[in-house]
Ligand binder design. Structure first.
Ligand code: ADP
Ligand code: ZN
Length: 745
């Protein structure tokens, strides 16, 4: 028998062993094969050649080999094995992240694009309305359209087949190289190759060059204040690595939020760049992936999943804004892109550069203890000062102006000044929606999610489905941000029929409305997950703001990230305390990062910037220190708390959440898991906390109970968990394991 171990896309499933029948050549590691699993045949990936089986086991044959060359490089297969083990996920789940889109569908990864085009002749009599509509779409595209695009526009394969039969449409296959940069590039950023680096940049670049030249695994933390010119250093370092014949992976939290980075990279590397992120269409991602696989690029820019890009001469990984929580995937496999990057670099002898103005506690700790090389940029380029930050105590504001105040006197005056002189302003409130709740003033009835233990967020109703126009009726819609349940808010109370429904709390929509009333002449835009739902909407708003067609941009944390808008001289923070109250040990860290980052958006041009921060807790250390933009002081303070409470970076955490139809059911299962884990704590030196109801006690109709493992050796905790999961196979579909959790709700 010739045995291979195959990963299949079934959650939690381990490697399965198959025989390669004599009629087939031995498929290499990383090749896809079709294999029988239960009653189905699935596409899997060969992970090992040295599979073993017990004597007498019935080993099934591989049904079909799809690739004779490995689709995934062996290094990526091995990286995925590490991810599966470290994050206690199934190997199939881990490999699925690394696969190009469409690879699961039989053979499709190598299939060319199908293009449908109008034929020169044909009988167009007696067409169905859908066929007619399809012809109309195609008549506007003389070169034809990919069938996948047509499907998105409602033209089904059956409709196309009917048209082909009549001779009205012809099909052809094409290898189509789309250019996703066309959409990404919004600003005409011209990299200035001859620009002189500042002394600090020069020194930092010199140190990094030396590390890159050594061609060994190292991690460097580039801790540079906002506006210190980190991007320029990345680009020069990337260029140097490319010249030495190796490749570069540049990771960013969100492509749409870093369009200038993308444009700069494109300017510097031309065609030898690929882009990888989830907002690309399947076809685009597929093209880009195969360009990388064919070795046609020197640099890949992308979001967290780009860490699995099939580069085979990797010399450098840059993780920009390394503290950003979007590097953590909040679904299985729950990996952290930065940490996988470090693991990958150590296997491939590459340099990792973690860049941030507000490093994660973990990374700064590693730099402080000498595990990482620390490189610091203390000043902004061209000696531009950091924005001066002013705190507004909202308690004083409420007592002077009443409880309805949203925008303080100071902030309103400052916005007015900016509008008068043509400068721009950013206004941050890290909470979307119009209000946080509606309630009846007479009976107190509120709108809660029937599926989750949260109250519904109220939004201005938009044009609804089926042509109804909620907004024109001045309506409100209450929506659950977890399960998306929504309900129109009636004009009178559902319970007591009193017409006194009132809004409590406020979100970005209300701020936008408020500013429009207050400054009717201002051009105002909004950036949050609701306003940028439509594809391309985010790029559009940001480019309008960059082109100074907007004066004020209101938004959630999306406006705090990495942007470089030289026209912004004012940043307002509406509620600096959002997030501070959360029962989460990272709350202070997150608040500090957000405030420091958003204040860092001001004064990046020639004129000095200012930030005004409204808060109810002006004495809280994370707010105080963010105002001084004093990262080292924040770290020193926070680290005492983390050490005392035995939290990361001193102790590792694993979070387990058990879901159940009833609370008792979930609790009982969680107790059973904990009971079975207990004996291992003696040997493995870790502790178990819980089980206890999760802060979000109910989610999508299921009850949630959580527990934590806390210790200094992750492997001990993981092994114990894996043993329990192996002993309780039925628990897998109800248990979520999160290793190094970022959010524990
Ligand atoms: P960071 O990412 O550290 O916040 P950026 O890389 O966005 O900072 O740089 C801030 C601004 O300074 C950008 O507009 C950039 O073009 C500019 N810049 C960077 N380096 C220099 C330099 N050596 N001389 C002049 N301007 C620079
Ligand atoms: Zn819900």
């Amino acid at each position: 028998m010739r045995l291979v171990a195959v990963a299949v896309p079934v959650p939690f499933l381990d490697l399965l062993t198959y025989n390669v029948p004599d009629s087939l050549a031995m498929p290499p590691i990383g090749a896809r094969v079709r294999v029988p699993v239960g009653t189905r045949t699935l596409t899997g990936c060969v992970v090992r050649h040295d599979a073993l089986v017990e004597v007498g086991t019935d080993v099934k044959d591989i049904a079909e080999a799809l690739d004779c060359e490995p689709l995934l490089p062996q290094s990526i297969v091995e990286l995925c094995r590490w991810v599966a083990e470290y994050y206690v996920a199934g190997i199939g789940d881990a490999l699925a992240v690394a696969m190009p889109p469409g690879a699961r569908r039989k053979g499709s990864a190598f299939r060319k694009q199908r293009i449908a085009a109008l034929s020169a002749m044909g009988l167009d009599q007696g067409l169905t309305p859908r066929q007619g509509a399809a012809l109309q779409i195609l008549s506007a595209a003389p070169a034809g359209l990919p069938t996948s695009d047509l499907r998105e526009r409602g033209v089904t394969p059956a409709v196309l087949a009917g048209l082909v039969k009549r001779g009205l449409v012809v099909m052809r296959d094409e290898r189509d190289e789309r250019d996703p940069f066309e959409r990404a590039a919004m600003t005409d950023v011209v990299p200035d190759a001859n620009r002189e680096l500042t002394d600090e940049q020069e020194r930092a670049a010199g140190e990094l060059f030396a590390l890159a030249d050594a061609a060994q695994f190292r991690v460097a933390l580039l801790h540079g204040v906002t506006g210190s010119g980190k991007t320029e250093i990345y680009l020069r370092l990337a260029d140097r690595v490319r010249r030495s014949g190796r490749q570069v992976l540049l990771m960013v939290p969100e492509i749409a939020l870093t369009p200038s980075m993308t444009a700069l990279v494109r300017g510097a590397f031309g065609d030898r760049v690929a882009i990888q992120h989830s907002a690309l269409s399947t076809g685009e991602r597929h093209d880009q992936w195969h360009r990388i696989r064919r070795g046609e690029v020197d640099l890949v820019i992308g979001t967290r999943s780009a860490v699995f890009a099939p580069l085979d001469r990797l010399g450098l990984i840059v993780v920009d804004e390394e503290h950003d929580s979007s590097y953590k995937q909040e679904e299985t496999p729950r990996y952290h892109g930065r940490d996988v990057a470090i693991m990958r670099a150590s296997r491939e002898h590459a340099l990792v550069v973690l860049g941030s103005a507000t490093p994660s506690m973990e990374s700064y700790h590693n730099a402080a203890t000498g595990k990482y090389v620390r490189i610091t940029l203390e000043r902004r380029v061209l000696d531009r000062p950091l924005a001066a930050v002013r705190l507004v105590n909202m308690r004083t504001e409420y007592s002077d102006e009443g409880p309805e105040v949203v925008i303080s006197r100071d902030l309103a005056a400052a916005i007015g000044e900016r509008l008068a002189c043509g400068d721009q302003a950013l206004v941050l409130l890290n909470r979307r929606g119009y209000s946080t709740a509606v309630f009846c003033r007479q009976c107190g009835d509120t709108f809660e999610c029937p599926n989750c233990s949260v109250s519904l967020t109220v939004h201005r109703a938009r044009h609804g489905l089926h042509g109804s126009n909620e907004a024109s009726r001045g309506g409100w819609r209450a929506r659950c941000h977890y399960c998306n349940y929504s309900v129109l808010v009636p004009t009178a109370c559902r319970k007591c029929a009193a017409p006194y429904l009132e809004h409590a709390g406020f979100g970005t929509e209300r701020i936008e409305e408020h500013l429009r009333e207050r400054f009717p002449e201002a051009r105002i835009g909004r950036v949050d997950r609701d306003s940028v739902r439509r594809k391309g909407a985010l790029t559009q708003i940001l480019s309008k703001f960059a082109a100074r067609e907007l004066d004020v941009l209101v938004g959630t944390q999306m406006i705090a990230k990495g942007h470089d808008f030289p026209g912004v001289t004012l940043v307002g923070v509406i509620s600096a305390d959002v997030g501070l109250g959360l029962a989460d040990f990272r709350a202070s860290e997150r608040s500090f990062q957000l405030l420091t980052q958003v204040a860092g958006r001001a004064g990046r041009g020639e004129r000095t910037g200012e930030a005004i921060v409204q808060t109810l807790y002006p004495d809280h250390y994370s707010i105080q220190l963010a105002c001084r933009q004093d990262y080292p002081a924040f770290f020193e303070r926070e680290v005492v708390y983390r050490r005392g409470m035995r939290y990361p970076p001193f102790f590792a955490l694993i979070n387990g959440v058990v879901r159940g139809r009833s609370f008792e059911d979930a609790m009982q299962q969680a107790r059973e898991i904990v009971r079975r884990l207990e004996p291992a704590t003696a040997i493995g030196r870790f502790t178990i906390l819980g089980p206890a109801p999760a802060p979000l006690g109910r989610l999508r109709g299921e009850h949630r109970v959580q527990f934590f493992l806390k210790g200094t050796r992750r492997s001990d905790m993981r092994n114990a968990l894996m043993q329990v999961v192996a002993d309780m196979p039925e628990i897998r579909r109800r248990l979520t394991i999160d290793v190094d959790p970022l959010s524990v709700l």
